[in-house]
Design a protein around this ligand. Sequence first.
Ligand code: 5AD
Ligand code: SF4
Length: 462
Amino acid sequence: MQYARHYTIINTMKINEKLTALIKEKGLNYHIVTYGCQMNDHESEKLGGILEQVGYVPVNTIAEADLILFNTCCVRDNAEQKVYGNVGALKKRKEENPDLLLVVSGCMTQQAQAANKLAQTFPFVDIILGTHNQYELAELIAERLLDGKTILNVLPEATGVHEDIPVKRQGGPLAFVNIMYGCNNFCSYCIVPYVRGRERSRLPQHIIQEITELVQNGYKEVMLLGQNVNSYHGEGSVSFPQLLQMICEQTKISRIRFMTSHPKDLSDELIAAMAAHPQICKHIHLPVQAGSDSVLYTMNRGYTRGQYLLLIEKLRMAMPDIVITTDIIVGFPGETVHDFEETLSLIREVRFDSAFTFVYSKRSGTKAAKMEGEIPPEEQRDRIVHLIDIQNAITEEKNKAYEGKDECVLVESTSTRDKNHICGRTEGGKMVNFAGDEGLIGSFKTVHISQAKRTTLFGELR
Ligand code: 5AD
Ligand code: SF4
């Protein structure tokens, strides 16, 4: 079958019975360590699904595992450094137990130079694969365990959309659902288009089918995932707002969220769809990245400060209580003090509910890596500290406005700090902690908010 934008569906799962027999006979287990974003979290659920399909059993710690898989990120340098540190730390354990299998996959190893460097620095790693061939994990393990090969296998291009990969979900009432893969935007700082390939949208009927099955299995909320969900382009030219409408009309899912929206592609239709359907959470993550037009231009973001502010106005006109969150990068090459002040004035003007803030990290191969005007690290640090101070105060004020209100919360888990407390999220995505029984996990409850802190709201069951 042909995909929109010429991508084909691929049914890839091949079960090697000899491998399955060996894994079961030895009673082998696995542990996955995930770095990075929700896309990676969900990919780890698929890697876990593959491992369990061939007989591996999950364990909670690296120490207990016969197979350790690092699913890596490369969006910033510190994410890569962590991987080198954590893989390196296993050298001794691998020497003591040569049967231990070490696998490194994901965005970092999708870059040929990083994969080679990893293989050279840590020759004891058994299998290295990229983002485009994660579906081959079971076959690569079979080659390693049955034929004794050490494997470095990274495909340069995405071959399509893989629809038959089993998923081992994390549990709780929330499920991730990919609607598209890859990115065509080439923001000048970003490595993602190089490691995740061009945009590929899943067919609407496959998404609907997955969500229908999730509902049958008791899930209450889905998070639709894509690097830029607003450029979803399903077969028959189905747009993202149309897809949302189809999900609302054709499935019984209670809550829908999505991530991430690129401002340049956020349409009036999307705002109207969000406002029209009660199932769609009134929360949008809309990365602005910078507040000055000249930085937005050199970042190749495709919108101006004025256009971004207009979007915020339209969103709030249509949904007065909408929660708006963002991503911001400071210290981009050429960012002047004036540019940075424009970012500060933008966050004061918009008053985001919260923001993920990052110091610019040079990624080799991107356009920005060749740009002049690098900002010294101390200056970058001063700027981010200043930015975080201002945003923290805004976040706290925004949260305080919830005190005294009743909020509908989907209960997700017990609190890590207190077993008699449970926590869940409001429609806007704010975490709420309150006294309650773990039997309430998976249900919607009205909670009276009595106290608001910067990261969490506290309340009592109504
Ligand atoms: N340096 C710093 N932050 C980055 N991001 C992406 N690439 C870089 C980089 N090179 C941030 C952006 C993006 C978020 C996921 O990560 O803010 O929205
Ligand atoms: Fe990176 Fe820009 Fe694509 Fe987001 S939209 S993944 S920041 S290139």
